[in-house]
Design a protein around this ligand. Sequence first.
Ligand SMILES: C[S@@+](CC[C@H](N)C(=O)[O-])C[C@H]1O[C@@H](n2cnc3c(N)ncnc32)[C@H](O)[C@@H]1O
Length: 312
Amino acid sequence: MVRTWEQAWGEALYGEAGFYRRPEGPAGHFATSAQGPAADLLAGALLELARRESLTTIVDVACGRGELLGSLAAQADPSVRLVGVDVVDRPADLPKRIEWVRSPGGAELPDLDSPAQALVLAHEWLDVVPCPIAEADEDGVLRTVLVDEDGIETLGGPLPDEDRAWSDTRWPGPRASGDRVEVGRTRDAAFDALVARTGSGLVVAIDYGHTVAARPTAGTLIGFAEGSACPPVPDGSCDVTAHVAMDSLGADELRTQRDLLRELGVDGARPPLELASTDPARYLAGLAAASHASALTGSGAGDFLWALRRVG
Ligand SMILES: C[S@@+](CC[C@H](N)C(=O)[O-])C[C@H]1O[C@@H](n2cnc3c(N)ncnc32)[C@H](O)[C@@H]1O
């Protein structure tokens, strides 16, 4: 069956047999900063952000199986409320203090009960919110890309008005034949919906993305499965993801992860060498922390963009 990428992608990830409903969860297929060895350091930085902003609830939307929340639970004062949101039932091994809300998936969100004084996070959510894919034909006119369940693409009709309007303003041409646009209208709306579900506090979307100064004209749509990148086939066998037009989200602030984490105290400094003989255990722990800090702030994860919007 041939469908738009937006339709096929949504079904492949969030349909009844969708990729993200599998028991192994995202961590069974790829590593992120939120569930790898650097997650404890990221959690510490988020708690520092919450402290500076006087926020007492942390909601992790698109939290996988709650890996980052586990790190937060180990470090946070018991008075901090922790809530996980994802498309499956509450994982059995989650620490008791973590609340859980099940979500429909993709651009759709559940009622979050308008949390107040909340840090509402979405780490690598928007890149898996399906969006229309467009490609310029030989006249440079953008057309909707259609796809079948084997991942074979064909060009459909000219873009619907709302996708064309988004592309003209947020991802402007000129366009050569074959240039792609990943129409971020659906991600903008999803971010707005998350803001609307927040009573007061700070909403933060963290993702790999781009800004209008450097849109990726070849497109970024790709699949991931079992630890490797693969062709994006919308049949539920792999993740399907595309970078996010982060400057289109309407954030109050857009920061690189590198800059923001440094501001929050993640500096990556190595421990002094003399500590190796006076306190070897502390020295080794310091070395591990420095290496995790480099993983979070070096090229790659350090280039992730944080879109911050204040609410209330
Ligand atoms: C790339 S994984 C990121 C997981 C985790 N945040 C991390 O960084 O390791 C994307 C996650 O978003 C979840 N997701 C997608 N749409 C969602 C929605 N509307 N509500 C809640 N979770 C969603 C998926 O089920 C999946 O667990």
